[in-house]
Ligand binder design. Structure first.
Ligand code: FAD
Length: 260
């Protein structure tokens, strides 16, 4: 199988760097082909701008989504965007690896999503009408591929428990897992998370590597998070609200789980 690791950490000797190296070596030992987009090492430009469409004309107003759609369709995208899209097409599974920074993605990885997820590639896909609101949330160009987050946090597991002061990790990761991964069609596996990173000594690191290996071995067999697909009939269209008879009395992000 083909695995793409999109990795965001500025220091190769970091904990994340060591885990990335371990994941790469383990996957290769198992016979998988692996590509790593090491965003800092690549000097990846995270800023969307008018230059992302090589056919843009001087003085013409930059329309972000429309320019993205046109450049994608016409083959005039900036080459660094097209290259990352090729890697996504190639991959059977994608791992986004990052330290949690301010409750979200490091800016360089968010910028990778902003630029690589072009209109027509990751959004704006399929029929858009009052009967069908695009191929998304379980459908789209990433259908058939799997994805998983590899995240480290300074906070403890209890800080991210359902009653933890930081808010539950499921809720914090929802925009990434549901919004960035499930939206274009990935099947999303539960995240691999390392908490309380400042306390990770050699022994804890070895345990983390063993746990990581198990998760990597389950990339094709572990059950994905069971979110409802947009176009399977659970949502009213075009309102795109969950049908009132489903998950009665349940509020919040959990309503999107099939067994809510
Ligand atoms: P490092 O700092 O590189 O290492 C962590 C520990 O692992 C060190 O003690 C190191 O000795 C040890 N270690 C053990 N084995 C190895 C090995 N083989 N190689 C390298 N190191 C090893 N945390 C939150 O919970 N929520 C937040 O919102 C949040 N926001 C942040 C925002 C910023 C800007 C920053 C800088 C940090 C934030 N943090 C937050 C903390 C952050 O998530 C952690 O610092 C990060 O996850 C640690 O990962 P690292 O790879 O940088 O670890």
């Amino acid at each position: 199988m083909n695995v793409l690791i999109v990795y965001a950490h500025p220091e190769p000797r970091s904990l994340n760097g060591a885990l990335k190296d371990h994941a790469l070596a383990h996957l290769q030992r198992q016979g998988h082909a692996v590509q790593v987009s090491d965003l800092y090492a690549m000097g990846f430009n995270p800023l969307i701008d008018v230059g992302d469409n090589r056919a843009s004309q001087p003085g013409v107003r930059f329309r972000v989504a429309e320019d993205s759609r046109q450049a994608y369709a016409d083959g005039t995208q900036s080459p660094d965007i097209a290259l990352e899209q090729d890697k996504l097409r190639w991959a059977d599974a994608v791992i986004l690896q990052f330290p949690l920074w301010w409750f979200g993605l490091p800016a360089i990885l968010k910028g990778w999503v902003d630029r690589v997820y072009a209109c027509g590639f990751a959004y704006g896909v399929g029929e858009h009408s009052d009967r069908h609101w695009g191929d998304r949330y379980g459908e789209g160009n990433m259908s058939g591929k799997r994805a998983m987050l590899m995240v480290s946090t300074g906070g403890w597991a209890s800080h991210y428990a359902p009653r933890g002061v930081n808010g539950s990790l499921d809720a914090i990761l929802f925009p990434i897992q549901h919004g960035i991964l499930f939206y274009p069609g990935f099947e999303v596996l539960p995240p691999f998370v390392l908490h309380r990173t400042s306390r990770i000594d050699a022994e804890a690191f070895a345990q983390a590597c063993t746990a990581l290996e198990q998760r990597l071995d389950g990339l094709w067999s572990d059950a994905p998070i069971a979110w409802r697909r947009q176009n399977d009939g659970d949502y009213l269209i075009p309102e795109l609200t969950l049908r009132p008879e489903l998950a009665p009395g349940v509020q919040g992000l959990d309503i999107h789980l099939r067994d809510a």
